[in-house]
Design a protein around this ligand. Sequence first.
Ligand code: TRP
Length: 334
Amino acid sequence: MINEQKICFSGVQPSGNLTIGNYLGAIRNFAAYSEAYKCFYCVVDEHAITVRQVPAELRRRTYETLALYMACGLDPEKNTLYVQSHVPAHAELSWILNCFTMYGELSRMTQFKDKSTKHADNVNAGLFTYPVLMAADILLYQTDVVPVGIDQKQHVELARNIVERFNQIYPDTFTMPEPIIAKNGKKIMSLAEPTKKMSKSDENQNAVVYILDDKDTVIRKFRRAVTDSDTRVRFAEGKDGINNLMTIYSCFTNKSMDEIEREFAGKGYGDFKLAVGEVCADALAPVQSRFRELLADKAYLEAMMKKGAEEAAYYARKTLSKVQKKLGFVPLPR
Ligand code: TRP
């Protein structure tokens, strides 16, 4: 039987509080795919432990990330929402793919280079092979499309290399995945250092707007955002701070850069920053109230978690068994 429906897969780490960068660059767009694709959205707790986690916080954030998926509009009846460690096939395929990934390839990953500098006291092998686990996530579901932020594109490209190599030796094993970078998936930058990506692990709390920040906090953070010595709201080279604020405003309002320039012609940066804060806070408000409702109902969250894991495990097993058979592993005699 030919399965006509194309597959979409993406993952979010339950480490740190999610930012508007995660929201605008990835999660907000996830819901749009469930019409056209069969979608798997995973809370990747196994990826999270490549850096040290406090167990109670990892546990709490795993629930929160699942709740946030739903609060951002992902219906658990239409999408498979689940936790990575609930489906052991991820770790199993990851080992296999390790044997089809080259040391040199992994050494070239920019995220590894960044993270190993940042966590110089803990450059563990998991940090190095992180993209292989990510490839396993994607390939287990015979994924066609992977919506990700631009910073993850290199990892999806590695998954594509693995598919090519594996399928060359064992034909027709994996589907070739394609990254989808959101239309205005331009990176959202730090409000304090607008040449750096907005990161949930930034120590400067004013640099980052979290999805769960209340209105006053959102407005205060935007008011403090770094700009420049020019006074006009316009998108131009060298105006990293304003460019970033315009990108954020554009993502929330769907207005083009030209429209934004016209809207704020003759107005100062103060007015503009307040407007960005307001559209952001207003867009986050309904997500936050739904999120609180969901978190208050742990039984429901757990029921969805279980259902998602069972669905995911069914598809994951199919691919894993196929791979094991192709490799020459003896199936467990029945
Ligand atoms: N590495 C991704 C990130 O940090 C998360 C992730 C893990 C992922 N597995 C994935 C994203 C598979 C897309 C597909 O953002």
